[in-house]
Design a protein around this ligand. Structure first.
Ligand code: ATP
Ligand code: 3PG
Length: 394
């Protein structure tokens, strides 16, 4: 990576403003999934061990510039403290004199978590005054919030104008893994794209078609491609206005010599529920009043074989409505094939695919699970991430 990291600078005795992505799921006031907190530990521990005063900042949810009590970071500080095995100080604000005072009182190696930066309207507007107020708290800026790197906000981008700005270890790892996949992949290189809508995946499909050997399509968006093949899709998800685009992707794949894999069968249901009547049908035989909610067993087998014969696989988006047991098999089989593929480097592109891998207990078996949903998607689209661009070059 051509950006400086925490490894390249001296942090001993320095106040370090470290932006992390602690935007974690909460339930009944407690953190219900601490993956993102655990992912930030290496950087936090690196900084504390080197004798920095660590000032952590994050957003949680979308409070839209106002204080929302349930979106305070107090419970997150508690969980972080358990994971670090040491006290984590917490302020009820994210800048200002009382915060400065607290920082003044920190010893080297101490950790302080600021309040949710999105309680301030200036955060999402990337307001320069707010960015300066954050910068006044510290000597160095570290961005470890890969999950929020696609946002140009005051704590992810603006602040980098006023302090030496470097990446954290998580940020560095995410960029290295995803960057290598896109610039110098081991081959055969396979991308699996699922999820709900073609509309959300246009950019990523376009970009990956230039890079991969195999492109596998699944999930709700597959049925727009099935329609483009000339089959009827019944009540399945369909974006009529994207059928031509889907066809052009298939043509482009052919031109480029990319193998384009589509479902050959599907699990169809007469209702969007776990208790629906279901059956497996060939892809050209979806009944007009049923909807396809998962890939079928033949497709699962086909996709698993492609995965087993790949050296590198990137996966973004579930193969079916995996939240419902009746339509989880396709997603589970892809996760299992990835887990079993011993000579394959497996990258999970965050969001729902990461949730699915966790749910089916295959997380340990994956080589890299990105902490970024939207961020990894934008990266895979080939877009520059503002939170990365803003960091100092090597
Ligand atoms: N055949 C299908 N019909 C309807 N919905 C589907 C189908 N297959 C998958 N889905 C739904 O798609 C949703 C996930 O798609 P979505 O595009 O929102 O997320 P994603 O691809 O994982 O992206 P992100 O990384 O942003 O979370 C899931 O909730 C899943 O139930
Ligand atoms: O959860 C995420 O993808 C990141 O934390 C970014 O959150 P946002 O979509 O609310 O900006």
């Amino acid at each position: 990576m051509n950006k400086k990291s925490v490894r390249d600078i001296e942090v001993n005795g320095k106040r370090v403003f470290c932006r992390v992505d602690f935007n974690v799921p909460m339930k009944d006031g407690a953190v219900s999934d601490d993956t993102r907190i655990r992912a930030a530990l290496p950087t936090i521990q690196f900084l504390t061990e080197k004798g920095a005063k660590v000032i952590l900042a994050s957003h949680l949810g979308r409070p839209k510039g106002e204080v929302v009590e349930e979106m305070r970071l107090t419970a997150v500080a508690g969980r972080l403290s358990e994971l670090l095995g040491k006290e984590v100080h917490k302020t009820d604000e994210a800048y200002g004199d009382s915060v400065k005072q607290k920082i003044e009182e920190l010893n080297q190696g101490d950790v302080l978590l600021l309040e949710n930066v999105r309680f301030y309207p200036g955060e999402e507007k990337n307001d320069s005054e707010l960015a300066k107020s954050f910068a006044e708290l510290a000597d160095i800026y570290v961005n470890d919030a890969f999950g929020a790197a696609h946002r140009a906000h005051a704590s992810t981008e603006g602040i980098a104008n006023y302090l030496p700005a470097v990446s954290g270890l998580l940020m560095e790892k995410e960029l290295e893994v995803l960057g290598k996949a896109l610039s110098n992949p081991d081959r055969p290189f396979t991308a699996i794209i699922g999820g709900a809508k073609v509309k959300d995946k246009i950019g990523v499909i376009e970009n990956l078609l230039e890079k991969v050997d195999n492109l596998i399509i699944g999930g709700g968006l597959a049925y727009t491609f099935v329609k483009a093949q000339g089959h009827e899709v019944g009540k399945s998800l369909l974006e009529e206005d994207k059928v031509d685009l889907a066809r052009s992707f298939m043509e482009k794949a052919k031109e480029k010599g990319v193998k384009f894999y589509m479902p050959v069968d599907a699990v169809v249901a007469d209702d969007f529920s776990n208790d629906a009547n279901t059956k497996v049908v060939a892809i050209d035989s979806i009944p007009f009043d049923w909807e396809a909610l998962d890939i079928g067993p033949e497709t699962s087998k086909l996709y698993s074989d492609v995965i087993a014969n790949s050296k590198l696989v990137i996966w973004n988006g579930p193969m079916g409505v995996f939240e419902l047991e009746a339509f989880a098999n396709g997603t589970k089989s892809v996760a299992q094939a990835l887990a079993n593929a011993e000579n394959t480097y497996t990258v999970i592109g965050g969001g729902d695919s990461a949730a699915a891998v966790e749910k089916f207990n295959y997380a340990e078996k994956m080589d890299h699970i990105s902490t970024g949903g939207g961020a990894s998607l934008e990266f895979m689209e080939g877009k520059a991430l503002p939170g990365v661009v803003a960091l100092n070059d090597r």
